[in-house]
Write a protein that binds this ligand. Structure first.
Ligand code: SF4
Ligand code: SF4
Length: 247
């Protein structure tokens, strides 16, 4: 027992102080891209043609962050002249259209459903639906429950039953086999309820977009309140989105 106490004292305090203190991200992290809307048209086209997600619009020169998988190819090809990824992990939006961007996103806290802050600001229970993703979105969401992030200190936790939940957090492209299960789970959550689409798959189909085997856009099934882009979203992107949307 003494050994355990000694070990615990030696380890010290492990939980991050985010959002009071910043967390230093690894330099390879790709966050919100900065897009040069005046970039040479030929270079934009080259990036758009190479983009595996076909999410660069050559006319508006915007990137669809709801479909982007943050592979970095456009940044490499353009040597940073068209796209440069920043370390900004604050990418959640309440509006799908805002994810078509040059790199500017509206302040998430200013969303239109302010009553959610009053309803869920002190206590938010979410039911996770893993709708046929690759499991990376689920794994990085799970990281929020580790001592480092300690999601429960914010009054937010994932629960087993949709009947005990205030909303659903959906990851994956929603395969046809998961279509009804997703709807049934959502229906089982008592109103008022929230819907979160997390990751490129749940927002747009991600790498599976265009497949006949998926729904590919959660909004086609049920109305989405909060979008969290990424492939997968970094735990900090999710945490920032939850805190700003609900607190
Ligand atoms: S980082 Fe996004 S926009 Fe750029 S090439 Fe990859 S998927 Fe396309
Ligand atoms: S968004 Fe990316 S990480 Fe998440 S389930 Fe889809 S492929 Fe996997």
């Amino acid at each position: 027992m003494l050994k355990v106490i000694k070990n615990r004292l030696e380890q010290g305090h492990r939980t991050s102080r985010y959002p009071k203190e910043e967390i230093q991200l690894y330099k390879r992290f790709r966050g919100l891209p900065k897009v040069d809307s005046k970039c040479d048209a030929a270079l934009v086209k080259r990036c758009a043609d190479a983009c595996p997600q076909e999410c660069i619009d050559t006319n508006t020169r915007k990137i669809d962050l709801g479909r982007c998988v943050f592979c970095g190819l456009c940044e490499t090809l353009s040597e940073g002249r068209f796209v440069q990824f920043s370390q900004n992990f604050e990418m959640g939006t309440s509006n799908r259209d805002d994810l078509f961007t040059h790199g500017d996103l509206p302040a998430l806290a200013e969303h239109s459903k302010k009553h959610f802050k009053k309803l869920f600001g002190r206590s938010l229970q979410l039911r996770q639906i893993s709708a046929a993703g690759c499991n990376a979105c689920e794994a990085d969401t799970n990281v929020l429950n580790t001592p480092f992030f300690d999601l429960q200190r914010f009054g937010i936790q994932f629960v087993a039953s949709p009947r005990h939940a205030d909303g659903i957090h959906v990851t994956g492209p929603i395969s046809e086999n998961m279509r009804q299960a997703t709807i049934t789970t959502w229906e089982a959550v008592p109103s008022p309820k929230v819907v979160i689409a997390s990751g490129a798959c749940a927002i747009s189909g991600g790498p599976f977009y265009g497949s006949d085997e998926i729904v590919g856009d959660l909004n086609k099934l049920i109305p989405v309140d909060l979008y969290i882009p990424g492939c997968p979203p970094h735990p900090l992107t999710t945490l920032h989105a939850l805190l700003n949307y609900f607190k």
